[in-house]
Design a protein around this ligand. Structure first.
Ligand SMILES: [Mn+2]
Length: 351
């Protein structure tokens, strides 16, 4: 599996003689070992792959990593690289997670090598294998159970942080390794901020409560949002049904070779017809996998096409400053002729 991924990567290298990766997720994807400490993966075009890591990761890496592992001691990464960056290595690609400090140090220490950004690994990572989709599905199942637990805990007078606690406890019990982002429980006017986390605010009658959460399972992420209406709220109920329509418009268009911007615009158009477009403050969705936000970005500016077996979220929202907000988020996998929605949870909850 990992040898095959490295092969695919080498096919994408084009003008680069070697690649350097620093993020734990990239390294894990290509080697099977997810480092917990600073590490560097060196992938030359036609020589041995080497993973440099700290002593703290070494014993675990030796069990799980299929490639050559080198422990970096006091001498540091640059000294280790000196052995590998031989004369025939002229151009090295680095991905976005390499820190600026490390990047400028490499440029200084290896003046004859040109270092440049390489984004080609996302062509590989953004298309998921059946095994990856299976892990994402399981992660979604856990998040769905967490969301149900959250909804069940909601009543007038309960604090947002208590609702989040119920959700997270349920997800942990079901095997969540961690949470890819902070659970959001945003009630009433707090819902108007798309990334409100949660507070000690007590839920009131008439609140729309935005719950956005995810789990990590076998390294793979989930990300689901539902909005719960507590009692009645005509304004928020109208916004919610419109957001669901906008989401369905985009979901029904998902298939190979549709562009990301077309999906975004399809949802935006539904909101526009009712004059709600100005309340939709972010792009429609994002790829999801080992990272909760990864390519493709489903936005009006991304003209790239989606491809078969890409997995991404569709999450339109309406945010009225000082009033409240609603959002609905599901995950979809692209199949040849249509999209398959992986989230099973109902779109609306009333308590
Ligand atoms: Mn999301």
């Amino acid at each position: 599996l990992y040898e095959r991924r490295i092969c695919l990567l080498r096919d994408k290298m084009n003008e680069f003689d070697a690649l350097l990766m620093a993020s734990s997720m990239n390294i894990g994807y290509f080697t099977g070992f997810f480092p917990g400490f600073q590490s560097l993966l060196f992938v030359p075009r036609d020589d041995e792959v080497v993973l440099f890591l700290s002593r703290a990761d070494a014993s675990l890496a030796e069990e799980t990593c299929r490639f050559r592992v080198e422990v970096v001691g006091k001498e540091g990464y640059v000294e280790k690289l000196k052995v590998l960056l031989k004369e025939d290595v002229k151009k090295v690609g680095v991905e976005e997670s390499l820190e600026a400090g490390m990047f400028s140090r490499l440029k200084r220490e290896f003046p004859s090598v040109s270092f440049d950004f390489f984004g080609g690994l996302w062509d590989i990572r953004s298309v998921k294998s059946d095994e990856e989709i299976k892990a994402i599905r399981k992660s979604i199942e856990i998040a769905e159970a967490g969301l149900r637990a959250a909804v069940e805990s909601i009543s007038v007078g309960v604090r947002e942080c208590d609702v989040a606690a119920e959700a997270e406890y349920e997800m942990r019990r079901l095997g969540a390794e961690s949470f890819p982002f902070e659970t959001i429980v945003a009630s009433g006017s707090r819902g108007a901020s798309p990334h409100a986390t949660c507070s000690k605010r007590k839920i009131r009658r008439g609140d729309a409560v935005v719950i956005d959460l995810g789990a990590r399972y076998e390294h793979y992420c989930s990300d689901i949002t539902r909005t719960v209406i507590v009692g009645r709220n005509d304004k928020m109920e109208k916004a919610l049904s419109l957001v669901i329509k906008a989401q369905e418009a985009a979901l029904s268009m998902v298939k190979s070779e549709v562009s990301c911007s077309e999906l975004d615009l399809a949802a935006r158009k539904v909101l526009e017809r009712e004059g709600y477009e100005k309340y939709f403050l972010h792009s429609l969705g994002h790829g999801i996998g080992l990272e909760v936000h990864e390519p493709p970005s489903i936005s009006s500016t991304n003209k790239a096409n989606i491809r078969e077996k890409m997995v991404f979220t569709i999450e339109p929202g309406v945010y009225m400053h000082g009033v409240g907000g609603v959002r609905v988020e599901d995950t979809v996998v692209t199949e040849k002729k249509k999209g398959k929605v992986l989230t099973k949870l109902p779109k609306e909850f009333f308590v």
